[in-house]
Write a protein that binds this ligand. Structure first.
Ligand SMILES: *[C@@H]1O[C@H](CO)[C@@H](O)[C@H](O)[C@H]1NC(C)=O
Ligand SMILES: *[C@@H]1O[C@H](CO)[C@@H](O)[C@H](O)[C@H]1NC(C)=O
Ligand SMILES: *[C@@H]1O[C@H](CO)[C@@H](O)[C@H](O)[C@H]1NC(C)=O
Ligand SMILES: *[C@@H]1O[C@H](CO)[C@@H](O)[C@H](O)[C@H]1NC(C)=O
Length: 658
């Protein structure tokens, strides 16, 4: 493990600050891993910790899997709402402390049926270890989907829970519940005849439905005036739509509503609809004034992916803030390059020889790219060879990926990922397994080589088990990862820093402290001194070199080719032909030129110039039309021969006239 983790934690806090600003509560994304283990066991715990520390509302699914021993799970205690499903599987910890979870909305379901699935929570080797209690003591509402609790031989609690109260009054909610083992402790006597989530007095099931007086969905007690407002889910503290424990539909600054304030309202005076200055977007089950960072605004909602027949538009508001939104296309949408998971690559999970052609020449990929071992395998069925270097080089033009970039297989003959050397932004609007925006695992690369990468806007970054990888510890990950969305970094089991140093695989001395993406002066994040093109250099060629340069900030920029290199001082003051100290050929006014203009049409007349002894271009005294002969200064006058061959002589003389 390397030291980046504490760092990650700081970014979690910033992440939460960012989304909190929009919603009033800490929102996190949730995951889409199901039972998969995308990295090592240690990293899995670390991912969960980074994802849920400080989180109150999980926007997607809460998947708690692959936990063993006695890890600190207190980071789960803040979670109050889950938008998708809750999955607890393959964990052998004693208890999962989701003490404050009130509502599971079930907008996505596990195995298309379940909002809460708790299965196979047993230690495969150590007999007797396994999940013992599910401390869901605040859970009083599951809006959609059923409950599956199976394959947990140690699970004593929940005990005697009345699920009818939680999954209310909706048909076809499957319940698959196993019997609890014998020899389990009873519920506390404080629970009376009711069920419980654990042994203590605080673990008794709170009923908010079955005992209500008739006609109300949720109540805080059995009396008629204990009824909750119809907009409440889970329960309430009083009768109003602002007294709910959770909102059935949308939370508009603490009041539960059917809809968020719409973009237009009806004006009863003019009988027309007019823009609503108080309009809000729906973001999950919350109404927000502005979509959070990295989300696209639609007419009434915030989204990560624009719907069909829409395009992404980035506008800069008068106050300088950038908003990204989806706009209906007029007619056909402009052609874009789709990546995995989008357009005609929907459902495709790997880049291979059959689809790499779709990325040729693209600078922005709408979607994701994943390189797995299948990418490089010969496929007899589709008769395709695995990806070759010549295929990968077609990716060089890519500058932006709206989804993720995930790589866990790569040709051994490549030392880096430099086919992505022009990639600037990974937006992370789609994430690998719902978690990673950038994943680089188990490769033989020696450096990342992503020298243009400046921003990873969402998700987690994982750099793991690349046994030869150096340089990556030097990088300024905190500025690469967008602070508001706070993607976090897990960097583990790569080449250790000491070995890298002893092998001399460290940043070039011309790189500044900010680090580098690989060896040599062209992989620096920033330069100690100056930069020429993509390469750091000690100094610019101001006074020497065949191409003379001037210094623009910290960049070396070549003088115009018409500037004459001079000795002892700078040859130019800027990039233009009017910024030379001396001209290479001729000087026309302030500008260095290869030839003096002659017979050049300008506005209504034709310009004729000759050059003098100091090679300045001077206007001829007489203008004339094209075919008039010239005098001995190369100016057109009456009745002289020689005009035709003059272009030949002028070449040898340096090109005064054509
Ligand atoms: C989910 O569905 C798959 C295939 O349909 C099945 O094999 C698996 O047992 C199901 N799991 C649960 C928890 O129902
Ligand atoms: C509604 O959101 C606010 C934050 O804006 C939060 O404090 C409150 O608890 C939420 N209310 C419900 C019922 O979810
Ligand atoms: C597979 O490709 C090879 C050459 O690329 C070709 O000769 C062969 O006929 C192809 N086979 C099939 C089944 O398409
Ligand atoms: C680490 O990477 C190597 C390949 O370099 C691979 O064989 C091994 O399975 C990986 N280990 C883990 C734990 O992913």
């Amino acid at each position: 493990m390397e030291a980046d983790r504490s760092f990650g934690f700081v970014w979690v806090l910033l992440l939460l600050l960012g989304i909190t600003a929009a919603t009033g509560r800490e929102v996190c994304l949730g995951t889409d891993m199901k039972l998969a283990l995308p990295s090592s066991l240690e990293n899995h715990y670390e991912m969960l910790r980074l994802l849920y520390t400080g989180c109150q509302v999980v926007h997607g699914n809460l998947e708690i899997t692959h936990l063993q021993g006695t890890p600190d799970l207190s980071f789960l205690q803040g979670i109050v709402e889950v938008q998708g499903y809750v999955l607890i599987a393959h964990v052998s910890v004693r208890s999962v402390p989701l003490d404050n979870l009130r509502i599971i909305r079930g907008s996505q379901l596990y195995n298309s049926s379940y909002a809460l699935a708790v299965h196979d929570n047993i230690h495969l080797i150590q007999v007797g270890l396994g999940l013992r209690e599910l401390r869901l003591r605040s859970l009083t509402e599951i809006l959609l989907g059923g409950v599956y609790i199976w394959g947990n031989p140690q699970l004593c609690f929940p005990r005697n829970i009345n699920w009818e109260d939680t999954v209310t009054k909706v048909q076809n909610k499957p319940l698959h519940l196993e019997d609890i083992p014998k020899n389990c402790p009873l519920c506390s006597s404080a629970c009376g005849s009711g069920g419980c989530w654990g042994e203590t007095n605080q673990d008794c099931q709170i009923l908010t439905s079955v005992q209500c007086s008739s006609g109300c969905l949720r109540c805080k007690g059995p009396k008629p005036n204990d009824c909750c407002h119809v907009q409440c889910a889970a329960g309430c503290t009083g009768p109003k739509d602002s007294d709910c424990l959770a909102c059935r539909h949308f939370n508009d600054s603490g009041t539960c509503k059917d809809n968020c304030p719409p973009p237009t309202i009806y004006d009863p005076i003019t009988f027309q609809s007019k823009p609503n200055k108080d309009k809000k977007f729906s973001f999950g089950a919350t109404c927000v004034k502005q979509c959070p960072h990295n989300y696209l605004a639609m007419e009434v909602a915030c989204t990560m992916v624009c719907p069909k027949a829409n395009k992404e538009v980035i506008t800069v508001e008068p106050d300088g803030l950038e908003t990204q939104k989806c706009e209906k296309c007029e007619g056909e949408c402009p052609k874009v390059c789709y990546g995995l998971g989008m357009g005609n690559l929907q459902g495709v999970t790997v880049v291979d020889a059959t689809n790499i052609g779709m990325f040729v020449g693209c600078d922005k990929i709408y979607g994701s790219l994943a390189f797995l071992s299948d990418s490089f395998k010969v496929n007899a069925v589709s008769n395709s060879t695995g990806l070759q270097l010549s295929d990968l080089e077609k990716l060089k033009s890519i500058q932006e990926i709206t989804g993720y970039l995930y790589i866990d297989a790569w040709p051994d003959y490549l030392d880096d990922l430099s086919v992505f050397e022009n990639l600037k932004v990974i937006r992370g609007r789609m994430l690998y397994k719902g978690v990673l925006s950038l994943g680089v695992q188990s490769l033989q690369i020696e450096s990342l080589g992503l020298r243009s990468l400046r921003s990873v806007s969402g998700g987690l970054v994982l750099i793991h088990n690349n046994s030869r990888l150096c340089y990556s510890s030097s990088l300024p990950w905190n500025s690469l990862l967008h602070p508001a969305q706070g993607p976090n970094l897990i960097r583990s089991n790569n080449q250790d820093q000491q070995t890298c140093v002893s092998q001399g695989r460290i940043c070039d001395p011309l790189c500044a402290d900010a680090g580098c993406w690989g060896p040599g002066p062209s992989q620096c994040v920033s330069c100690v001194n100056y930069k020429r093109g993509t390469e750091c250099v000690e100094q610019c060629n101001v006074l020497q070199g065949s191409v003379r340069e001037f210094v623009d900030g910290f960049n070396c920029v070549p003088c115009h080719p018409e500037c004459q290199p001079v000795n002892g001082s700078a040859s130019c003051t800027g990039p233009g032909p009017d910024q030379c100290k001396e001209c290479m050929h001729f000087q026309d006014g302030d500008v260095c030129v290869e030839r003096c203009p002659s017979g050049v049409k300008e506005d209504q007349h034709t310009v004729w110039k000759y050059f003098n002894a100091t090679r300045h271009c001077l206007p001829c005294e007489t203008n004339c039309t094209v075919s008039c002969p010239l005098d001995d200064r190369g100016c057109p006058i009456q009745q002289k021969t020689g005009f035709v061959h003059l272009s030949a002589t002028s070449e040898t003389e340096g090109g005064g006239l054509k």
